[in-house]
Ligand binder design. Sequence first.
Ligand SMILES: O=C(O)CCC(=O)C(=O)O
Length: 295
Amino acid sequence: MSAPAGRLSFASYPALSDTPDTFAPVRELGLEANVAELDEYGYTVVGPEKVGAGPLIEEIRVRLTGLAAARFEIAPDEVGPGSAATHRSYFEHRMLAEGRCFERALMNPVSLALITHLLGESCVLSSMSAFMKGPSDKMLDLHTDNVGIPAPFPAYSQVANSTLLLSDYSADDGAITFVPRSHKLARHPLPSEVEAHHLAVPVEAATGSLVIFHGNTWHGSLPRRTPGYRFSLISYFVRMYLLRQEAPGYVTDEMRARNGPRFARLAGDDIPYPFGVSTRDKTYLANAAGKYQHT
Ligand SMILES: O=C(O)CCC(=O)C(=O)O
């Protein structure tokens, strides 16, 4: 991808010509302000008109309702408010195995541009989860998504979250909340801080929006006070050297063929570990050439 005339692109610098310019898709999709928010506040919200998911949103909702109905052992039209005993009523992983609509959500260009800004092109999908939340009085305490990673965290993201909103979000709807700039603290909230909800700002956004956040950012959620479910689809990505939450044995060659090389990479096909001779040599060469400085 080349930069518009007069704009900087290190992809045109010969020594880096095979290093991906992760800013190029950001610029192409007009997401510069979202990148600034990610870097400054640790999270950003992209509106439905820019995300462009359209009818996919309803398709995923219907699919999730069917999966939840099967889990609750009721008919899909009986899935409604009232089954929530905790901050979430239905939370399931491995959604990528559940139909092409989830593949399309994974490959959304806006989501990938911002996740790639945070984690580089070599990042992989760790898990894709469906989340339905009914009315309750339960808050989700503040935490980071750097599960199992001790502080101090690096300033850059090692994990990142792309949440597709499948219903409207507001404080009353039980929105996710963020503590702006908390990614710069580079640590988990202390036990004495996990209930500091007054520091956290709720996301107010329409169905079809994307919420993207840096792995260091403190977040939680409010109780849902309105009837029915809050629906979301969470794609959680990690740098390629971290263990994944899912073992993606469900990814088939058909899925690879229809979605292309970036999909295969996200599915983990280029992870160099455990070392074979060729992946070992490729990794050492790339490391020696400084490729991982940029992605
Ligand atoms: O969406 C929510 O309410 C919270 C989700 C969350 O904590 C996460 O995705 O890490």
